[in-house]
Design a protein around this ligand. Structure first.
Ligand SMILES: [Zn+2]
Length: 221
């Protein structure tokens, strides 16, 4: 594989054309599975009187983008994560969880969540990729990424945030990993989803490509 890339790069140089970066070559070597994209709304905090309904820094219903998380722990299923957040929302909560079957939105995205420190929380929606344990088929993991990407594209459209653009590199855009928040904005120390994606040889460029795919698809619908 590496040899092929080197030869391709050499041919590109000789031909004088712009070559793709190696990480993009890896991303394009993954074949995305076919899924039925499902977004389920399952409000988890509606009956909690003290549950916060706080505006983003630009106001209610005005998020600026999405923080891409992964759960950081392979021991819980999506349903178990939701139950866990119902019990511990006073410490932290996110807006949605994605696994291989669906994304479940548990909190109203018009209001901020508590997922990545005070700076990012005032700006962004939070979505978690449910981490599968070792031994799970890669197909299942890739299906969870499809659901995750579909949901991110959905909120980008919902709030007119424009075409997906990863902030991690230059601080500008409308999607950012939790690690990107740690590095660029502060207020948090987590490094997800980079604790998880490399285990499955999935580069972040693959995730952004899939978000772009669903973003384009939803533009037509
Ligand atoms: Zn996180």
């Amino acid at each position: 594989m590496k040899k092929t890339i080197k030869i391709t790069l050499l041919l590109c140089l000789l031909a004088g054309i712009v070559c793709i970066k190696q990480k993009d070559a890896v991303a394009s070597s993954i074949t995305p599975p076919t899924i039925e994209p499902v977004i389920e709304k399952r409000p988890a905090f509606e009956n909690i009187p003290d549950f916060p309904k706080l505006p983003y820094r630009n106001g209610i219903g005005k998020p600026e983008g999405v923080v891409l998380h992964s759960t950081g722990d392979t021991s819980k299923s999506l349903d178990e994560w939701i139950q866990y957040e119902k019990e511990t929302w006073e410490n932290a909560f996110v807006h949605a969880f994605a696994d291989a079957s669906h994304t479940v939105e548990i909190a109203n995205t018009d209001y901020l969540g508590w997922g990545a420190g005070a700076i990012a929380n005032k700006r962004f929606i939070h979505v978690e990729l449910v981490e599968y344990p070792d031994g799970t088929s890669k197909e299942t993991v890739l299906k969870s990424i499809e659901q995750y990407a579909n949901y991110v594209a959905h909120v980008l459209h919902k709030y007119n945030l424009g075409t997906p653009d990863l902030m991690d590199n230059n601080g500008e855009g409308n999607i950012i990993t939790h690690r990107g928040v740690t590095q660029l904005l502060g207020g948090t120390t987590h490094t997800d989803p980079f604790n998880y994606l490399p285990k499955w040889d999935i580069p972040i460029s693959y995730i952004t490509d899939r978000i772009q795919y669903y973003y384009n698809k939803q533009s037509i619908n």
